[in-house]
Design a protein around this ligand. Structure first.
Ligand SMILES: NC(=O)c1ccc[n+]([C@@H]2O[C@H](COP(=O)([O-])OP(=O)(O)OC[C@H]3O[C@@H](n4cnc5c(N)ncnc54)[C@H](OP(=O)(O)O)[C@@H]3O)[C@@H](O)[C@H]2O)c1
Length: 225
């Protein structure tokens, strides 16, 4: 049994993963941007966690620690792809929208990592859901600000893992092209398939050499940078 924090658990992958982890016998602290009548159960408790609100994430880490002590795994799933980013280029998209996607998709990782690091057990695991869209190998101009934010997110993960050295394992994970609100137009898999992969990563059923592999997909395969 692992104690897992899933940040961004309201919809899509985060919602599916939280429930799947509980079904598999784990305890989950699920972070939401907006609390909307979700019901807590013995092993699934919801906490406010808007990744753009530093104090809220700090408070959440304290509340999670009070609820179940130090945790084994953090999965930061929270992400946004604004409608304007589907139709604009970097020549036309409002900078405010570009900024918002960087704020959530990239800086949100720093905030969650900073505030939760003190309560991750030694040797624990921090997975940041980024995207193949953040890879330089992906040279298209589709979803431009999202791509910028996810490349920044990957770099943040690379720097964070070096910063903490061996205290915890840190990796960026591409979850596959999922059939969710965000990914419906380009989907290849259901979020359940991605969530199964994340469960296998968390349970160690998929072996990853985190010293060498720090940008992987949901099956543990190394992604191109
Ligand atoms: N779908 C794909 O094909 C695909 C491909 C590559 C990478 N990804 C990445 O995978 C992750 C999950 O994507 P998804 O497809 O499940 O997306 P989704 O269905 O749009 O869900 C996104 C989740 O992130 C939450 N979120 C947004 N802003 C937040 C904030 N400021 N603080 C906390 N939570 C916030 C949303 O909360 P609300 O419900 O409150 O809005 C929602 O629960 C994202 O990081 C995404 O970029 C997805």
């Amino acid at each position: 049994m692992n104690i897992v924090v899933v940040v961004g658990a309201g919809r899509g992958l985060g919602a599916v993963l939280s429930k799947m982890l509980v079904q598999k016998g784990h305890k989950v602290a699920a972070g939401l941007r907006t609390m909307e009548g979700q019901e807590n159960s013995e092993n699934l408790v919801y906490f406010p966690m808007d990744v753009t609100r530093e104090q809220e994430i700090k408070d959440a880490a304290e509340s999670v620690k009070k609820w179940m002590g130090n945790v084994d795994v953090i999965v930061n799933v929270a992400g946004v792809l604004l409608p304007s980013d589907r139709t604009n280029t970097l020549l036309t998209e409002k900078l405010e929208d570009v900024r918002q996607q960087i704020e959530v998709n990239a800086l949100g990782i720093i905030t969650v990592f900073r505030e939760f690091l003190p309560i991750i057990k030694e040797g624990g695991l921090f997975l940041a859901v980024t995207s193949e869209g953040g890879s330089f190998a992906n040279s298209g101009a589709l979803f431009p600000a999202y791509g910028v934010s996810k490349t920044t997110a990957n770099k943040i993960v690379q720097i964070l893992r070096t910063t903490v050295e061996d205290k915890v394992e840190v990796a960026a994970v591409h979850p596959g092209r999922m059939n969710t609100d965000m990914g419906r137009t380009t989907a290849q898999i259901e979020p359940e398939e991605a969530a199964e992969g994340f469960c296998d990563l968390i349970e160690g059923k998929i072996k990853v050499n985190y010293k060498e592999q720090w940008f992987i997909d949901y099956l543990g395969k190394t992604m191109p940078l």
